[in-house]
Design a protein around this ligand. Structure first.
Ligand SMILES: [Zn+2]
Length: 502
């Protein structure tokens, strides 16, 4: 699901305390950055994707001695060593990117403050208007523009070249840049308003401003969550109704069964930008819509699609959008409190040099952003865990709703194109905002072990072309205890990874 809080918070930001050491770190960072991408590009060829069609290894087929661990391992073994190495490299590289990104942001903030550009942008805004809310909004627009330019080298590397080198991006640079320009336009529309509100609160609420700032930003996130799917997402992709047919009916049936008010299923052309598969049930407070991307539709099988859609519906049924907004607002309030504690100290020390009078002066925004960037870096394990736990709930919901353990496990394996499949538990806790592929496959196989003879599971395997025998008498207990399990698939595909026509 889209988490606006995180993507916003972790992108543009900048610095404060210990600027000298930040600058030193920058020098180190640029040295490392120039050397570092080479290793990423070394793995030249694309991750060969898993073949189309439902992927079910033999060890995961219904069998009298079905074993959760063995089935899980068999799924993980669908990735060849090269694919695994490449996926690990891509994802682990992301850990470092989070750090470099903050360092980069700190340097930009230092640049804006110490060069006096931030002060000059505020002076220019004040020449246009003396009304505080207006010059604050104008400053917000100037800052957004300046950040776009200063951020572009970083964004070009992370968002374009790196994605390209891993075969994840499908755009030309021109098309990619056009979308960034469009995002800039959207930010220019919204950010100045948010900033004017935040500084108005700072001027009026004294030492409690951080509480208001958190609440206002939280409300802003809610409005973006409402506006995005309906009005902004269509600027980047074409949304069309999924064509009539069994799949559409199955998705809508799943929606009706779970009380989701939707009478249409949308497909959007994400293949325009990326090779990643995804879907969402987005919106909040009555703007719900069910959408899946064309990569999911074209490159996976119906059981996988049903599994993914049921997961997304879990987010809706479990009120995740609302709950995440609340959690993130609390995190933001803490973040603004940290800003409150740091900003006054920083201004006492550097305020004259920066030309920033006090915390209600928007020219101090780079310092605010710098503190927030550091705060969100430190809070990464917490924010990731908040989101990851919601994802794990949606996983459990999706398995129960769709009854497609193989579809879900198969999709989890496909996501290894951009997410390391089997991290250590600590690594997962700190860096993962979704459960790892291993966790998801294991969860699917655990569910399957309790439902080996489920008619839907067997029918789904048969639909995907696997030969499964008629179900035997119901298993009396967890089938890892083997006897009493359902009839095994005789003649299941003899390949390790039996791929099957849809
Ligand atoms: Zn999700």
């Amino acid at each position: 699901m889209k988490v606006l809080a995180r993507s916003r918070a972790s992108r543009h930001h900048s610095p404060h305390a210990r600027l000298q050491s930040a600058l030193l770190a920058l020098v180190l960072a640029t040295g490392l950055l120039t050397g570092w991408p080479a290793s990423a590009q070394a793995a030249e060829t694309l991750v060969d994707e898993l073949p189309p069609g439902l992927q079910v290894p033999t060890a995961a087929l219904p069998d009298a001695d079905f074993d959760v661990e063995r089935a899980t391992q068999a799924y993980l073994d669908l990735l060849n060593p090269e694919q695994k190495a490449r996926s690990d490299a891509y994802f682990e590289g992301g850990y470092w990117l989070e750090l470099w990104q903050v360092i980069y942001a700190l340097v930009i903030a230092a640049l804006l403050l110490f060069s006096g550009w931030s002060r000059r942008m505020r002076e220019l805004a004040q020449r246009i208007s003396h009304r505080p809310w207006l010059y604050t909004a104008l400053y917000g627009a100037f800052w957004t523009g300046a950040m776009f330019v200063l951020d572009l080298p970083w964004l070009t590397y992370v968002g374009f070249f790196r994605e390209k080198s891993y075969g994840l991006a499908t755009q030309t640079y021109g098309a990619w840049f056009g979308e960034r320009a469009l995002e800039l336009g959207i930010e220019l529309l919204f950010f100045p308003i948010l900033l004017a509100l935040l500084y108005a609160a700072a001027r009026r609420t004294g030492d409690r401003w951080w509480l208001w700032a958190g609440a206002i930003t939280g409300a802003f996130l809610v409005s973006m969550a409402m506006v995005w799917p309906m009005y902004l997402a269509p600027l980047f992709n074409d949304y069309t109704s999924l064509e009539e047919g069994p799949l559409r009916e199955q998705v809508l049936s799943l929606a009706r069964a779970n009380g989701i008010p939707a009478d249409d299923v949308y497909v959007f052309d994400a293949s325009r930008q990326t090779t990643r598969i995804s879907a969402n049930v987005s919106g909040i407070f009555g703007t719900t819509r069910i959408a899946l991307n064309d990569n999911l539709l074209d490159r996976t099988s119906p059981p996988e699609i049903r599994a993914v859609m049921a997961h997304e519906m879990g987010h809706y049924v479990l009120d995740h959008a609302q709950r995440l907004v609340i959690y993130m607002t609390l995190v933001l309030i803490i973040g603004f409190w940290v800003v409150h504690r740091c900003l006054d100290a920083a201004l006492a020390r550097w305020g004259r040099r920066w030309g920033v009078s006090d915390r209600t002066d928007p020219a101090g925004l780079p310092a605010v952003m710098a503190v927030l960037a550091l705060f969100f870096l430190v809070a990464t394990p917490i924010t990731n865990s908040i989101i990851r736990q919601a994802e794990a709930q949606a996983d459990a919901f999706g398995l129960d709703a769709a009854r497609e353990p193989h579809g879900f496990a198969s999709t989890a394996m496909r996501l290894s194109t951009y997410r390391k499949i089997h991290p250590s538990p600590l690594e997962e806790m700190v860096f993962y905002d979704h459960p790892s592929g291993y966790s998801r496959v294991h969860r699917s196989m655990t569910w399957l072990a309790e439902n080996l003879d489920d008619p839907h599971v067997l029918a789904s395997l048969a639909e995907a072309g696997f030969e499964v025998g008629p179900a035997a008498e119901p298993a009396p207990g967890p089938s890892t205890e083997s006897e009493g399990g359902p009839q095994t698939a005789t003649g299941a595909p003899d390949e390790e990874a039996g791929s099957a026509p849809e």
